[in-house]
Design a protein around this ligand. Structure first.
Ligand SMILES: NC(=O)C1=CN([C@@H]2O[C@H](COP(=O)(O)OP(=O)(O)OC[C@H]3O[C@@H](n4cnc5c(N)ncnc54)[C@H](OP(=O)(O)O)[C@@H]3O)[C@@H](O)[C@H]2O)C=CC1
Ligand SMILES: O=C(O)CCC(=O)C(=O)O
Ligand SMILES: [Mg+2]
Length: 419
């Protein structure tokens, strides 16, 4: 199709998606990318160089990625006009090319634009946010045994209070809704009805179960021993509590899980390996202490949007910080890979930060495409650079005798250690 500002490369082919959601990946696929705000300008070019080097080393001239820039955030306002933060054709390009990667995008706190990241996930219905958390040998960590933290977070990405259904205090909408709640719903518990902002938290059976299904399927495919539903259902009974109940319901009805020691935990036999997979739940605050005290008890995590956001950064910290925390937003046929961290504005343009999160997000993207040899090279390169203690500031400040590298030099070190 014709785009206004996006230049579709003439020499690449499109990834297409089959009815069963498997991909047809050509040898020279066009991959759309969003540079991102803040440190996007530093990390995105380094990610592209590292991926190109890995693909070249793995496949020589037989395969290569043709990168295609698409726009969101501040760069979109420069390309399309002052108020265009997320052009419609960015969505169209993602739908057409199916697999892409993005740098971080700024969201102002309070007023101003809503999150462009959330908008991309919602508009493209990228309902699974998958964030693996594992330790790389040699990475400095605040915990004694970082190697015990090996989890994959499945964060629901389309519902919860991230739906953006909220109104400012004293706005006509908030006033109307509060009046409705008090006069027609008999609500007496709004402590200060005047000057009260209000937000809505939608959580559905369908939204919950499509996410939990992905988490359990992942546990089956990757021979994991448990799936934990993390929720705050003791307080928010019909949203967080329902998430837990619907999760267990799906495990039982779709995967045949049965009560373990009388329940509520369930267990199922992995049809691939014959090993047991325990489906359990934990309340979110207790979970945040358990991941520090007993991380080895947890493997695959399924949780709602806000919990998943908090848990992602907390777990990332245990294995060395959000400098190496990757992620993927996956929907039906579209997948958009991105780091867990944000735009870190104080470091923007300094060639300083760790590009590891975005590079490892690209590594997930290569596996999603079936290009595992190139993905393996990225992991080996990353491991090698860290073992050699040639690292960016975030690791260097915690590692005795390490050599401080810039963002781009760390990218080069990763390439040098690909073998
Ligand atoms: N998906 C997305 O695009 C996301 C966007 N955001 C947005 O980003 C903006 C900034 O958010 P903020 O809360 O400051 O969170 P950030 O994740 O941007 O930064 C917080 C801190 O994390 C560390 N950090 C982040 N990225 C890296 C990196 N690549 N290498 C090393 N350290 C890193 C830095 O720590 P230190 O100071 O210790 O060096 C930094 O100050 C906001 O507008 C927010 O909405 C936030 C999260 C995700
Ligand atoms: O959209 C944002 O600004 C923040 C998103 C975020 O923190 C996340 O996805 O982890
Ligand atoms: Mg976050």
């Amino acid at each position: 199709m014709g785009y206004q500002k996006i230049v579709v490369p003439a020499d690449g082919d499109k990834i297409t998606v089959n009815a069963d959601l498997s991909l047809n990946v050509p040898n020279f696929p066009v991959i759309p990318f969003i540079e991102g705000d803040g440190i996007g300008v530093d990390i995105t070019p380094v990610m592209i160089d590292v991926v190109n080097a890995a693909v070249d080393k793995a496949y020589s001239t037989k395969r290569a990625i043709t990168w295609m820039e698409i726009y969101a955030g501040e760069k979109a306002t420069r390309v399309y006009g002052p108020d265009v933060w997320l052009p419609e054709e960015t969505f169209e390009a993602m739908r057409e090319f199916a697999v892409g990667i993005k740098g971080p995008l700024t969201t102002p706190v309070g007023g101003g634009i809503r999150s462009l990241n959330v908008a991309l996930r919602q508009e493209l219905d990228l309902y699974t946010c998958m964030r693996p958390v594992r330790w790389f040998e040699g990475v400095p960590s605040p915990v004694t045994h970082p190697e015990l933290t090996d989890m994959v977070i499945f964060r629901e990405n389309s519902e919860d209070i991230y739906a953006g259904i909220e109104w400012a205090a004293d706005s006509p909408e908030a006033t109307k809704l509060i009046r409705f709640l008090r006069e027609e719903m008999g609500v007496t518990k709004i402590r200060f009805p005047e000057g009260c902002g209000i937000g809505i938290k939608p959580v559905s059976r369908e939204g919950t179960q499509r996410l939990v299904r992905k988490a359990i399927q992942y546990a089956i495919d990757n021979d994991k021993e448990s799936v934990t539903l993390v929720h705050k259902g003791n307080i928010m009974k019909y949203t967080e509590g329902a998430f837990k109940d619907w999760g267990y319901e799906l495990a039982h009805e779709r995967f045949g899980a049965t009560p373990l020691d009388g329940g509520p935990w369930l267990t199922l036999k992995n049809p691939r390996t014959g090993r047991d997979i325990v489906i359990k739940d934990v309340i979110a605050d207790a979970f945040l202490q358990q991941i520090l005290m007993r991380p080895a008890d947890y493997s695959v995590i399924a949780t709602l949007n806000l919990n998943g956001d908090y848990i992602s950064d907390a777990l990332a910290a245990e294995v060395g910080g959000i400098g190496i925390a990757p992620g993927a937003n996956i929907g039906g046929s579209v997948a958009l890979f991105e780091a867990t961290h944000g735009t870190a504005p104080k470091y923007a343009g300094q060639d300083k930060v760790n590009p590891g999160s975005l590079i490892l997000s690209a590594e997930m993207m290569l596996r999603h495409m079936g290009w595992n040899e190139a993905a393996d090279l990225i992991i080996r390169g990353m491991e090698g650079a860290i073992k050699a203690k040639t690292v960016t500031y975030d690791f260097e400040r915690l590692m005795p005798d390490a050599t401080l590298l810039s963002c781009s030099a760390f990218g080069k070190a990763i390439v040098q250690h690909m073998e």
